[in-house]
Design a protein around this ligand. Sequence first.
Ligand code: PLP
Length: 377
Amino acid sequence: MNVPLLDLKAQYATIRADVERALAELFAEQHFILGPAVERFENEMKAYTRAGHAIGVASGSDALLLALMALEVGPHDAVVTTPFTFFATAGSIVRTGARLVFADIDPATFNIAPDAAAAALAGASRNARRTVLMPVHLYGRVAEMAELSAVAARHGAPIVEDAAQAVGARCAGRMAGTFGAVGALSFFPSKNLGAAGDAGMVLSSDDELANRLRMLRTHGSVRRYFHERVGINSRLDALQAALLSVKLSHLERWNEGRRQRAAAYSRRFRERGLDPGPIRVPDPADGEHVFHQYVIRAERRDALRDRLTRAGVETQVYYPVPLHRQPCFQSLGFRDGEFPHAEQASRECLALPIYPELRDDPLDHVVETIAGFYRGS
Ligand SMILES: *Cc1c(COP(=O)(O)O)cnc(C)c1O
């Protein structure tokens, strides 16, 4: 039995007529850059997240970069983030010229540990003009925002949330991306709310930052051909916005489907005595995790992964090389063993197939293959 990591065709089958209608309307209008479709989606996202402003941009990576640009982060500043995340998080920091500072993760959540973040901010504030904290809500689980906000406030550090994997995730009722000064969302096709190509968004409830973000995404201009600042070209395509509007109305149900599938995995792993045991299932974070990925920790991870591949089960390792070990950051002087929890996670983590339409049969096949591997059969 073949079980893909993600099955976007199953999702598309359920929304096809609405998507085709929305795209046909857009082509009839021929308004592709900003305009009504983008404004509609921005307003819908604003209402959904209850952020003061929702600004569509070209990708999640650009959302992070624009957030730092709007905060005027530059060479005299330091930005603290996690070494266990997708490359774009750290890439955006280095592109501003700011110093990239890592703080290790909490092994229980895979997210930046508040005490490590506190130590990193304290260290960085000694020789930086200003510090910024950039937590990531990895796999769809909101980071410990209450503690992190308190830690950041102590250093006067604004927070930029990398909420690329966590659209729709909440913590105590508040949406991922609305805790900090700016939140960045990604609509990369495989994300929980995925476009048909690259797309992203910045959220902010600060009017001045929002104005700056709108300006920076169109070459720093408010009035056409008059440039207040040097920005970039990073707008959300109207085509993507029209598609995303259709999909947004399903997002809560899809996220609930992911949570149910995650609970089904975890229940079966516990029933078979695999957790606690050779694997560890992810914590559901009081039902607020949106399971962009369902990631277990596994003994003999690579051998298990090979077995799953042979059984037709697609898996992935997010992320095999923590960012402080990346060749492009070698000149920054990070050391092997400096962030032991991130390094251990990179050796043990394994993402299993998850999507709202994942049925019981393939899910059972994944569980049985894993159980067979640890039984030695
Ligand atoms: C996907 C992702 C991004 C970047 O988003 P793109 O839209 O692909 O540019 C940034 N950070 C994290 C943690 C991501 O998963």
